[in-house]
Design a protein around this ligand. Sequence first.
Ligand code: NQM
Length: 305
Amino acid sequence: MTFEVTPGWLNWYEGPAKPRFKVPEGAVDAHCHVFGPGHQFPFAPERKYTPCDASKDQLFALRDHLGFARNVVVQATCHGADNSAMVDALQHSKGMARGIATVKRSISDAELHALDAAEVRGVRFNFVKRLVDFTPKEELMEIAQRIAPLGWHIVIYFEAVDLPELWDFFTALPTTVVVDHMGRPDVTKPVDGEEFQRFVRLMDEHENIWSKVSCPERLSISGPKALNGEQQAYQDVVPFAKYLVERFPDRVLWGTDWPHPNLKDHMPDDGLLVDFIPQIAPTVELQHKLLVDNPMRLYWPEEVK
Ligand SMILES: O=C(O)/C=C(\CC(=O)C(=O)O)C(=O)O
């Protein structure tokens, strides 16, 4: 099957810079995706966008180029609940990738166990309205109850304005909960303002809630963009991510978000995105927790003594 990309689609950046920041040995890119290739792993009929292809081999080449050791491959909504492209990536990673799946209530126990055997370690619940149709919360809670005994966790994606309405559901989840992209704060509002502090309170009051301090390129309004060698990219996002890294050093994760679906303005140079990390994790100790200790504890606990 061949697919036409969504009009205006930006392809991922080819030939990224070699990062100046050397990530610690064993670093994990804890948020990235694979798309297709569409002829091998067709995109889902219910998808809200059609991306360009972004294969596992291209993902692993980027991992090596950036100096990372491992990936967490997150099921993207363009593949719906057909996890086969993501699972194929895990199976070709030589144990260096783990996955987050999307599942429906109708999934059988045998299918869940097959995903577990393929090194999936969690499910993603997406509440971003432009990306998915609505799923009733009782269905999601039923899925949560079924995956909890596997030792899996739940990744949630939502926008900051929706947190009040989702709060009770999130805080009732029975597993570790990982929030994508800091709950998508509006970075034109202050760090100590009501909206971001609501998110901080969520993490303060609930020790099972973690955050990815990822996606400055998606959240930034004023830039500058991670292009053309820029070493001080996305200044408006730095205070938000740094705040979380310093306040919750043991519950933060970082990922490239390659291949950066649905960006409209520019496609970042992934090498320069890696150079963003020391801005938000200024010490060697914080960098090691963010890039190695925390993701290893969550995704490869059997390797952590
Ligand atoms: O890549 C991300 O994390 C963010 C996405 C895409 C997405 O979540 C998906 O398709 O599943 C976005 O904001 O468009």
